[in-house]
Design a protein around this ligand. Structure first.
Ligand code: NAD
Length: 338
């Protein structure tokens, strides 16, 4: 029996999380779910977007499946997602981007992994206005040698474990000579320890263009926090958008899996949100827990529903008329038939 914290989240979160839990349970994995609220839902109930009991539960289970949490733009409380990553030192953000047959996308046969540094640089929260009249603001990006080394090593270890052929380091060391330069120096050094894996590096602006023009040349991509944020969404765009994008936030002692999209307040409560992102995050979580067969079963059933393209939410097929619950039930049906 695994113990997992379940944070259903805000907006569309509870509806897609519920379907994901039903499907994971139907795959035969025994999980004791510890349900907790965070984000806006927790503010309403506890006046705190990240109540202490969520952190305590995470310290006990070390694993969470999380729905999207709403973060106010520009002011208000800081992102709970970022706070969780920092609290548990979830230094690696793993963002796979894979094409599924039947899902409209620009390319076929894409299977990319973006490994984003998750705790440093511009997300360290060192920012302020420089004077009382707010005439200018500063955000300070800190890149450390140790932080760079562990994320680059994570990417190479991932590549080795999953038989990936190539790791591309992305940076802006021509302009950010210190932070970018340090990251690149460390990456080139770590690369020498993995001679069986091809290594190269690219400046981020060129990388963005190359990913759009010829994404098949890439395999595993490793980069700093802000570039990773942007390039991982770009990678999702190559395979049909955020609706199918999962992410894992992984540290030495804890991991949180989530859909990449947000809480989508515009469609909350309408039974039209696509549950595939959080379900694929659940699949990543099952592999993290060593439940490989269940993960495979769910992924195959989802792939089959996507391939047929009929019982899918309207973001995937505007003519389908099918909602979150019906798409989830179709996945359950495919699993039962397999
Ligand atoms: P969003 O991802 O919530 O929505 C962007 C667009 O995509 C919207 O039109 C939405 O309807 C659509 N969409 C998103 N998920 C969908 C799904 N599963 N099925 C179908 N359509 C879907 O981005 P946003 O509107 O910029 O952000 C809303 C809130 O979510 C913000 O408060 C933001 O901070 C938060 N957010 C949270 C996370 C997270 O918890 N990891 C990630 C991104 C954004």
């Amino acid at each position: 029996m695994h113990k997992v914290v379940l944070i259903p989240g805000d907006g569309i979160g509870p509806s897609i999380a519920e379907i994901a839990v039903r499907i994971i349970e139907a795959a035969g994995v025994k999980i004791e779910w510890q349900r907790h609220e965070a984000g806006l839902t927790a503010i309403d109930k506890y006046k705190d977007p990240l109540p202490a009991h969520v952190l305590e539960a995470m310290r006990e289970t070390h694993v969470a499946l999380k729905g999207p949490l709403t973060t106010p733009v520009g002011s208000g409380f800081r992102s709970v997602n970022v706070a969780l990553r920092q609290e548990f030192d979830l230094y690696a953000n793993l963002r796979p981007a894979k094409t599924f047959a039947g899902v409209p996308s620009r390319y076929q046969d894409i299977d990319l992994i973006v490994v984003r540094e998750n705790t440093e640089e511009f997300y360290a929260g060192i920012e302020h206005f420089i004077d009382p009249s707010h005439s200018a603001a500063e955000t300070i990006g800190v890149v450390t040698r140790a932080g760079s080394e562990r994320i680059v090593r994570f990417a190479y270890e991932y590549a080795r474990k999953h038989n990936r052929k190539k790791v591309t380091t992305v940076h802006k060391a021509n302009i950010l000579k210190y932070t970018g330069g340090l990251f690149l120096e460390v990456a080139r050094k770590v690369a020498t320890e993995y001679p069986e894996i091809q290594s190269n590096d690219k400046i981020v602006d060129n990388m963005a263009m190359q990913m759009v023009l010829n994404p098949h040349q890439f395999d595993v991509i490793v980069t700093t926090n802000l570039f990773g944020d942007i390039l991982s969404d770009l990678a999702s765009g190559l395979v049909g958008g955020l609706g199918l994008a999962p992410g894992g936030n992984i540290g030495y002692n804890a991991a949180i899996f989530e859909a990449v999209h947000g809480s989508a307040p515009d469609i909350a409560g309408k039974n039209i949100a696509n549950p595939a992102g959080i379900l694929l995050a659940g699949v990543m979580m099952l592999r993290h827990l060593g439940e490989f067969q269940a993960a495979e079963r769910i992924e195959l059933a989802l792939a089959s529903v996507l391939r047929e393209g009929k019982k899918v939410t309207r973001d995937l097929n505007p003519a389908s008329g099918v909602g979150t619950v019906e798409m989830g039930e179709e996945i359950l049906k495919k699993m039962a038939e397999a």
